[in-house]
Ligand binder design. Structure first.
Ligand SMILES: *Cc1c(COP(=O)(O)O)cnc(C)c1O
Length: 750
């Protein structure tokens, strides 16, 4: 390998720059992964998704191809380090949050399990924005991740897509998805050659109507105006039309007559962004001579839909006139599908086109796919019992649950080498392919040496994170404090504001002499959608609080608030192995699954959480004594919404702790450093609305969290045992298990 590297670099490894080594390894990996491509027999999966939050690929690919150890050794022998090499690679900016990361984990598991399954998506030039903080406010700039050497190669293919009556060429780019000791699949990304980054003005604004230049610039462009909403439709159709053409072409090449499409292809629709693939496939099949009724049946048999949310505002509904303008060729198909539904039932709530002329994408998905799945047991039950109950009554056989998972290759082997190595020394390497083998770790729960080593590894990871924060943000944190981490998209339902209120509460407690059991470093990582004002206000409040506390000699001994800029996969890989307490505090019933919660437990953090999403199943796997659960459960929350009698102001007026904390947000100290309007708006939102019910859970959260801090400080051995139990109970959350379930129940690949 060393010779191959030196041939590629035309010099000794020791004399190479990291950039040169990165490029050489990129070429080597591509050569190796290319050898593992396999001919597809039988049914092949196409996982269509607006996002693929894949993260940096070099280390992961080296691990999957069995090259990591050797490369690591060569680097070390030549005075280089893998960590610095990783810095040379830009992180692809093709995703936003959990749904995109899920798609990436699924691709890894498909290839690892030797299943034929490709991704289909878009090649965004600037992806999601890059976040930085200025005056304690979120500032957005374009993320030019496409500069430099690329994993994706030119697929040398284009497909013609008609948008608002004009033809555009969708250019295919492909990158290899390597499996751990498995096959190589593809991620297919479409792009438009005429897209022009120079139209971006200050921040991330640009001319939303210049489709030829803006189509694949950004993921989730601002949709607070009409042009922005239409641009989303343009993007979605571009993705699914090119994808559908590519799928049909591949299947025909493999001998498909199109009548038997479902024997060649399974299409998984990841949330509603790719929903137009249904009418588009029907349209294409009819164009090729298949009768409409048969085309509908074929497509229904081929496609399946994954629901990711029960937040009503996230279920896409497009005005008919927008679709009529952007994709006039689809509207006759969508209207026919709507007629079929209206003939089947009088129930207006399941219509595709409602009486206001809005097209409900999720409704189309449920009627015209053969499977609708939720992403955690609780989420699927809520879909069946309430949110989608009318659909469930029509099609009970279509509904199924597939609890999310994460790939252990990235979220353990790659991000936490020390822990992975230690586990292997205890139970062997079988867990890398059969995650349930982690159960064997439970045998060591009373082994003091093992527990001690486990905590040493954690302490090491905390030091590394502290160094990274120092280098990146110039902030010094105490690695001996307890690290509580809440990292995920910023959204009111995830309740970063509850954590904020707790930190303010602790500020007062410390001032009054009620000292915590241990110093705590509260670490946050989160991007807010650029048009989501309250989310940005929460970021502002946390950043301002961080300053207020840092300048207070008394309180800063006990609490430090650190907000990591530009949370992404690279940041997650550094934060998660260093976490003691994993904050999973969403309002029960609102978080479909969560996957961050799984990554943290796998790396030996203990969860502090509500009974929401997959937290419920995490508790089942580790037992009540190894997780800190608090707050209302989901039936209680749902009942409160139904009664409609939640009054935040009453809680504010009757609970002095809540009042004290909320008043502080817009009080003297915060106002002295922060933006008056933003802080007041946040306070008023909480007192006047608090739609995600932070107040009813506040005191239970504070009590439970203080309990966790005390356990951590007073009884380190008990804590270490809890950490071990979390790792040993994490096997169920391997995405290999999730993919095996999808395959057995929905896809039937190969
Ligand atoms: C896993 C992951 C998420 C999802 O986190 P949740 O806590 O499940 O919302 C979001 N962003 C990144 C970078 C991740 O790695």
């Amino acid at each position: 390998m060393k010779t191959r590297l030196e041939t590629l670099c035309k010099k000794n490894v020791a004399d190479c720059t990291y950039e040169e080594l990165y490029r050489a390894l990129l070429a080597l990996v591509k050569e190796e992964s290319g050898k593992r491509q396999e001919e597809t027999k039988g049914r092949k999966l196409y996982y269509i998704s607006a996002e693929f939050l894949i993260g940096k690929l070099l280390s992961n690919n080296l691990i999957n191809l069995g090259m990591y150890e050797e490369v690591d050794k060569i680097l070390k022998e030549n005075g280089k380090s893998m960590a610095e090499l990783e810095e040379a690679e830009p992180e692809p900016s093709l995703g936003n949050g959990g749904l995109g990361r899920l798609a990436a984990c699924f691709l890894d598991s498909l290839a690892t399990l030797n299943l034929p399954g490709d991704g289909v998506g878009l090649r965004y030039h600037c992806g999601l924005f890059h976040q930085n903080f200025k005056n304690n406010l979120q500032n957005e700039t374009p993320d030019y991740w496409l500069n430099g050497a690329q994993w994706a190669d030119d697929g040398k293919k284009t497909y013609s897509v008609s948008l608002a009556g004009k033809e555009y060429e969708a250019h295919l780019y492909q990158l290899d998805v390597t499996g751990y000791e498995g096959r190589t699949n593809k991620l297919n990304l479409f792009d438009l050659d005429t897209v022009d980054e120079s139209i971006i003005e200050e921040g991330i604004s640009f001319d939303k109507e210049d489709i030829a230049k803006n189509l694949t610039l950004f993921l989730y462009p601002d949709d607070s105006d009409e042009a922005g909403r239409k641009l989303r439709i343009y993007q979605q159709y571009f993705m699914v039309s090119a994808g559908a053409q590519m799928i049909l072409e591949e299947c025909v090449q493999r001998g498909c007559t199109l009548h038997d499409l479902a024997d060649y292809a399974a299409i998984q629709i990841n949330d509603t962004h790719p929903s137009m693939v249904i009418p588009e496939l029907i349209r294409l099949l009819v164009e090729k001579g298949i009768a409409f009724e048969e085309a509908v049946k074929i497509v229904t048999k081929t496609c399946a839909y994954t629901n990711h949310t029960i937040l009503a505002e996230a279920l896409e509904k497009w005005p008919e006139e927008y679709l009529e303008e952007v994709v006039p060729q689809l509207m006759p198909v969508i209207r026919k599908l709507d007629k079929i539904v209206k003939k089947k039932t009088k129930d207006e709530s399941v219509s595709i086109i409602d009486e206001d002329g809005r097209v409900h994408m999720a409704n189309m998905d449920i009627h015209f796919t053969h499977s609708t799945n939720g992403v955690a047991a609780l989420h699927t039950e809520i879909l069946k019992d309430s949110e989608l109950n009318n659909f469930y009554k029509m099609y009970p056989e279509k509904f199924n649950n597939k609890t999310n998972g994460i790939t252990f290759r990235r979220w353990l082997l790659s991000c936490n080498h020390e822990l992975a190595g230690f586990i292997e020394s205890l139970i062997g390497g079988g867990f890398k392919k059969d995650a349930m083998e982690l159960r064997k770790l439970a045998a060591f729960e009373s082994d003091k040496e093992v527990l001690k080593r486990l905590m040493e590894i954690k302490a090491d990871n905390k030091k590394k994170l502290a160094e990274w924060i120092q280098k990146k943000q110039g902030v010094s944190v105490n690695p001996d404090s307890m690290f509580s981490i809440q990292s995920k998209r910023l959204h009111e339902y995830k309740r970063q504001q509850l954590n904020l209120l707790y930190l303010i509460h602790q500020y007062f407690e410390i001032k009054e002499g009620h000292l915590p059991a241990a110093p705590v470093t509260a670490v946050f990582g989160a991007k807010a959608a650029p048009a989501y004002r309250i989310a940005k206000d929460i970021i502002h409040a946390l950043l301002t609080l961080s300053e207020v506390i840092a300048e207070d000699a008394e309180v800063s001994k006990w609490i430090q608030v650190v907000f990591i800029e530009n949370y992404n996969v690279t940041a997650a890989e550094k934060m998660i192995p260093a976490c003691d307490l994993s904050e999973q505090i969403s309002l029960a019933s609102k978080e479909a699954s969560g996957t961050g919660n799984m990554k943290f437990m796998l790396n030996g953090a203990v969860t502090l959480g509500t009974l929401d999403g997959a937290n419920v199943e995490i508790r089942d796997c580790v037992g009540d004594e190894n997780i800190y659960i608090f707050g209302q459960n989901s039936p209680q929350v749902i009942r409160r919404y139904e009664r409609g009698d939640y009054c935040a102001r009453e809680w504010y007026e009757t609970d002095p702790n809540i009042r004290r904390a909320v008043d502080f947000i817009a009080g003297e100290q915060m106002m002295g450093k922060g933006d008056k309007k933003s802080l007041e708006r946040l306070k008023n939102e909480l007192v006047g609305k608090d739609w995600f019910q932070t107040f009813p859970d506040f005191s239970a959260y504070a009590v439970r969290k203080n309990q966790a801090v005390a356990d951590y400080a007073v009884n380190p051995e008990k804590w270490a045992k809890m950490a071990l139990k979390n790792i040993s109970g994490a096997g169920f959350f391997s995405s290999d298990r999730t993919i095996e379930e999808y395959n057995k129940d929905i896809w039937h690949l190969g």
